[in-house]
Every structure is written in C-alpha cells, then in structure tokens.
Design a protein. Sequence first.
Length: 379
Amino acid sequence: MAERLRLLLLFGGRSAEHDVSCVTAASVARALDPARYEVVPVAITTEGEWLLATEAQRAIERGAAALPRAFAVAGEPVAAPSDPGSPELVVRAPGGADLRVDVVLPLLHGPYGEDGTVQGLLELAGLPYVGSGVLGSAVGMDKIMMKRAFAAAGLPVARYRSLRDGHDARAFADRAEAELGLPCFVKPSNMGSSVGVSKAHDRRELDAAIALALEYDEWIVAEEAVVGREIEVAVLGDDPPTASVPGEIVPGAEFYDYADKYERDDAVLLAPAPLDRERADEARHLAVAAFEACRCEAMARVDLFLEETEGGRGFLVNELNTIPGFTPISMYPRLWEASGISYASLIDRLVELALARHGRRARRAGRQLPHPGRDTTEA
C-alpha cells in the first residue's frame, strides 16, 4: 500500500467566521480517506495561537462516526519552527514527537486565513497547500479590489461605492442613496459568509448598516440591490480551470444570509439551475473569466446575478470566494456533486493540485538573479 500523505487540517482562525471554519473542518475530516491520509488537525484560536487539536485528533482516530459537528479549538500549543524558511513545517505533538506534514488544507474563512496571510506563511515554509496563492487570495478576499479586477477584465458588475473608515460616512450614505438607490446592500470589504452584511431599505437602516460593516473592516462597500436570480458556479483546477454546472439559490430569508448558509438549511439549491444551454454556458464562461481575472488557483465559488426583466442587464458578476464552505449544505461541493465529482474525490483533486503547483514552483526556487553590476549581455 502506498504511504499515506500527512495532511495538516488548519481551522479556526482569528476572523468572525471562526465557528464556521470549525464546522467545515469536521465535515472535511469525515470525507478524508484514512487509507490515503494521516490527518493532523491544527486549530488557530481567536487570539492567533496555534494548537494541535488533540480532541479532534482522537475523534479522527476513532473514525468518521465519532466526529462531532464542529471541532473544538483546544489542545497543546504547536512549537514554532526554529527556521521559518525551513522546507518542512514541524508540528510538535504532546510527548515531543515531531510531525512533518506533506500538505496543508487551510479551512480558514475570512481575514487572517483566506486573505493571503496564511498562504504567505506557508510559502515561506515551502509547504504545498490547497487553494489560491497569496495574490489570488488577497484579491478574492477584498470586495473592492475584486470588483476592480472584474471591471478591468471587462466583466459586467453591479454598481457599487466604497468607503474607508474615518471618511465622511454621512456623505457616503447620501451618495449611496442617490446613486445606488434603496434598498441597497452594505458589506465589509474583507469578510465572507454574509458576516456584517445588511440590506438597507431606508435611510435609518442605511446608517445602521454602515456602522455595522465598519465594526468588521476599515473598508466597506455599498452595492445596488439587484432584482434577479442568484446563480452560483464552482470552479476547479488550474490552467485551464473548469466550471461546474450552474446552480441557483432560492434564499430562505430575504437574502442568502449567514443563517441560511450554516444554520437553518432553508435555502433551496437547484443544481443544475433551470437555465437553457446558452445561458448555462454563459454563466460557466463568466465564472472562469472571473476566476482568472483575480489570479485564483485550484478552487473558488463564483456568484452571479441574472437580471431577466425587461431592460435587464443579463448576468452580472457579484463576487467570488476562494475558500468556499465545505459543510454538507455548502454550495461548492454540492455543485460538484451535481457535476459528477463526489465530495471525497473533490478533496483528493484539490490535494493533487496543491502538490502539482508546489512542484512547479520548487523547480524555479533558488534561481539566482544576475549579480548587481555584472554584464549579462551577450558578447
């Protein structure tokens, strides 16, 4: 039997989506093949401490049936590598045993995990990891920069306005009301899972929505409320990436909020979405174009709106998520299930992509630049 890969499952984190990450990690651990992977669960506390999650590890060793709905963020502190540029990340288990891992699966939603920070740490450690690299993660996390990337690539987007904390919030509200209309959505620029997101129907709600979003991020965005269908496409792979069948979300609430995504399971996912072939192909094309505009790699879920009313603009690219939810009710794995790729096979494919990218980059690592002042022109 082939030697198992030691996979570091990284969850928790410092963002407001900490609890979501713990649920996602337990779901992924349940799907990992124990004959193929030795799973090392490492949790990050809300204060930023890294722990070997011993309780989660014991549950994993007992088998899938013993896994809880969410992993506890508790355990022994992980010893930091003495050399941050070491090609191996060493996790020191209780008792002093060193666990050298082969690949990292980050399941850290939101800031300090999905935004390129952890990806940069793993690059310094020389470790393969699942998902987009530093650039794609950073652009995909920030809604303002993401929309700018979409626009630069010529993709259709809804109208939006942005504000930085410390600037005139009242003037921003005036402008949003006049230029976007009410209702409109207000969101933190660096957040996901609908955390800190509000739909403002009047000026009082708009002022409250701006204040709430600024509690989560220094930059916020106001977006027009598009009246249309919510279409999602899952993207997988790299050069070229492939798109799943489109799905359609029918929210259980007024919009697809946090509770719909992770608590109630009230939202209805239609997969495939009831679209004709031309529309479905257009959605898939736009999803791949959005993925490439942000320099994403390996995986992302791309969210679209479809305006079908008279005078409607057709598809509009809303946003993408580089570490989409992986819970049993999450849309990313469900869309790939509808496209013929099982949950377990999807994770296997993502690990393969991580190892392949690491191999490509390793071949270029250490190449020396010309010495300053040295003449490198041909004689």
